[in-house]
Write a protein that binds this ligand. Structure first.
Ligand code: AMP
Ligand code: MG
Length: 289
């Protein structure tokens, strides 16, 4: 089955109204077995393409995942990247910045975690938090040691969007393919998942009291996401709004998007030149004595 991801892509310059973007879709699979089968197929293609990416050694892929709490980021990473050679894949999670990180510009800590050529990097949260959680909580911005902070902080977000767009364009020119996914979950589905974290002893550890406080700021977060998605989706580093009320469908969308990103790359295994062939034949002789 071919999943249409094009419909989930935010076009460059498009103004995003999240109420108009689905959180639920009719399932992309007919049964749990069928889901597992499709995912397995995606993962096996991903794995083959990742090896090619590694051998080709020109491009890298960065997948950025952003979402409200309990939207399924961790599960998506776990299932989509299962079966991929761990050597070719790196995951980084970004929480509150450390004192050392705050002593640098906001891209610094992520810059150090970018995937090398041949590798797939995943950011579980990212520098986008700088226009999301920081926007919703002005006191965080106040603590960021920035000089000449304007009273009207609107300019700060605009400047940050510009930094992000420039940064991603720069990375693209240098071989990195950036894809950004917002897992779009409804407030009601989040409520169910948070309750499940309370009811299921094995999930208790996931529940943080702060999650409830952030949930109360749902509208503010939505506005921040809408502004951010509208300002930072570009042709070369697009945002996808993935319906996430059904975790399994969301995982199929995510794997399909990464797959298409890899398929779009013009890659081949390095060619064996006639000289190299001779060299290999000489080595064969040595092994055959
Ligand atoms: P979790 O992903 O559940 O481990 O939580 C990480 C927390 O760190 C979330 O509440 C994020 O909003 C927060 N966080 C991530 N990046 C930043 C940032 N740049 N500034 C402040 N808080 C952040
Ligand atoms: Mg959390």
């Amino acid at each position: 089955m071919k999943i249409k991801t094009k419909d989930l892509r935010v076009r460059a310059g498009e103004s995003v109204d999240l109420k108009k973007w689905a959180t639920g879709v009719s399932a992309l699979y007919s049964s749990k077995e069928n889901y597992a089968e499709i995912l397995r197929e995606h993962v096996s293609k991903l794995s083959a393409l990742q090896e090619l990416l590694y051998a080709h050694n020109r491009y890298s892929v960065l997948l950025i995942l952003q979402a409200m709490d309990a939207a399924g980021k961790d599960g998506a990473i776990k299932h989509v990247m299962s079966g991929i050679n761990p050597i070719g894949c790196q995951v980084f999670s970004f929480g509150r910045p450390s004192t050392e990180e705050l002593d640098h510009d906001f891209l610094w800590r992520t810059y150090r975690c970018l995937p090398e050529r041949g590798r797939i990097g995943i950011f579980n949260r990212s520098y986008y938090e700088e226009v999301l959680v920081v926007r919703v909580h002005p006191e965080i911005l106040a603590g960021q040691l920035l000089p000449d902070l304007p009273e009207d902080t609107e300019q700060v977000w605009q400047d940050r969007y510009r930094s992000m767009n420039d940064f991603e364009a720069h990375q693209h020119r240098n071989g990195m393919r950036v894809v950004k996914i917002f897992l779009h979950v409804s407030k009601e589905e989040q409520r169910k998942r948070l309750l499940e974290r309370i009811d299921n002893p094995h999930k208790n550890w996931k529940f943080q009291s702060g999650d409830i406080k952030e949930r109360d700021l749902w509208k503010q977060y939505r506005a921040a996401y809408e502004d951010c998605l509208s300002a930072t989706s570009s042709k070369t580093a697009p945002w996808y709004v993935v319906p996430a009320d059904d975790k399994l469908s969301a995982r199929l969308f995510v794997s399909q998007i990464v797959l298409e990103t890899l398929e779009d790359l013009n890659m081949g295994y390095p060619e064996t030149t006639p000289e190299r062939r001779q060299e290999l034949e000489a080595m064969r002789k040595m092994l055959e004595v």
